[in-house]
Design a protein around this ligand. Structure first.
Ligand code: UDP
Length: 195
């Protein structure tokens, strides 16, 4: 049993290296995958919002513990979690993989200024990546329209940084459409990445 339940969230109890193995497998087999890097804010929000909780339970394929507080919680409950695995770690590692494998990447989120820097940094540091979409997170379209737009670009990797629970809602639409990509909400990662 590789699940640890904390406050209703079922965490996959893998190390970073084990998560990476699973993601590579899914990438190789083109398995539609929604990753949730659940930080304490997300865990609390899901506990207050049954719909958000349900969405994570139903649609997330892999759930990581994105916070030392969650790892400590697991220890206290005598259901230890192997280690903290952050959204930012997976984001930068997947960019690295995308660069090596020349993957199609769709980015959505953050302000236009942050997105511009993010785009430029990816072009410079990860030239193998084919950016099939790079839009800011202040769009007017509804999430269904946005999901369709993303799906049409046939991405291998999708990163959404539009804040929770909306980023998870967007990715769950893509997941329900069985888009064969690794897809994750990455919160403030573009802000950090663009430095
Ligand atoms: N964001 C966005 N559209 C929005 C709201 C937020 O693109 O309508 C971006 C914001 O610019 C930031 C990221 O989402 O890059 C995370 O925002 P925030 O820190 O507010 O979200 P949280 O930490 O709550 O996920």
């Amino acid at each position: 049993m590789n699940k640890v339940s904390i406050l209703g969230i079922e965490f996959d109890n893998y190390s970073l290296e084990e998560f990476k193995d699973r993601l590579i497998n899914r990438l190789n087999n083109k398995v539609s995958t929604m990753v949730v890097t659940a930080n304490p804010e997300i865990v609390m929000a899901a506990n207050k919002d049954p719909k958000f909780m349900e969405l994570i339970k139903k649609d997330a394929d892999l759930v990581t513990a994105d916070g030392i507080g969650i790892v400590l919680g697991g220890k206290m409950l005598k259901t230890p979690i192997k280690e903290r695995v952050t959204g930012y770690d997976l984001f930068t590692w997947l960019l690295h993989v995308g660069n090596l494998r020349k993957l199609r990447v769709y980015l959505i989120g953050a302000t236009p200024a942050v997105m511009k820097i993010t785009k430029a940094k990816i072009a410079k540091d990860y030239p193998g990546i084919e950016l099939v979409g790079a839009e800011d997170g202040y769009f007017k379209d509804d999430l269904k329209t946005v999901a369709k737009r993303i799906e049409n670009t046939e991405p291998d990797l999708v990163f959404a940084a539009i804040g929770f629970p909306r980023q998870e809602e967007l990715i769950s639409l893509l997941r329900q459409a069985e888009v064969p990509a690794i897809m994750m909400g990455v919160g403030g990662s573009f802000d950090v990445f663009s430095g």
